[in-house]
Design a protein around this ligand. Structure first.
Ligand code: ZN
Length: 86
């Protein structure tokens, strides 16, 4: 009698595809923005745990807007930032 596994082989293995879960997802960078004026000049308030402050509009809060950028997008973002600083 042949042994029969109860566990069904997923389709992606049968098809010889890569696991959808283990797809390499390049490096990402988290960038924070002010929710009020959309400036990226937010930084943690020294001495206050979990509190953020916007240098542009003086917004203060615990939850700045976050955006995850790919490496390419992040480089572009840094370039733009440098342009603005000129
Ligand atoms: Zn702001």
């Amino acid at each position: 009698m042949a042994k029969r596994s109860k566990i069904k082989t997923p389709d992606w293995i049968l098809k010889g595809e890569e696991s959808p879960k283990s797809k390499p997802k390049g490096k990402t960078f988290k960038v924070r923005f002010c929710p009020k004026c959309n400036s990226d000049k937010v930084s943690v308030v020294i001495g206050e745990i979990g509190l953020w402050e916007c240098k542009s509009c003086k917004w203060k809060g615990a939850n700045p807007k976050e955006q995850e950028l790919s490496e390419d997008e992040f480089m572009e973002y840094l370039d733009k930032k440098e342009e603005e600083a000129k």
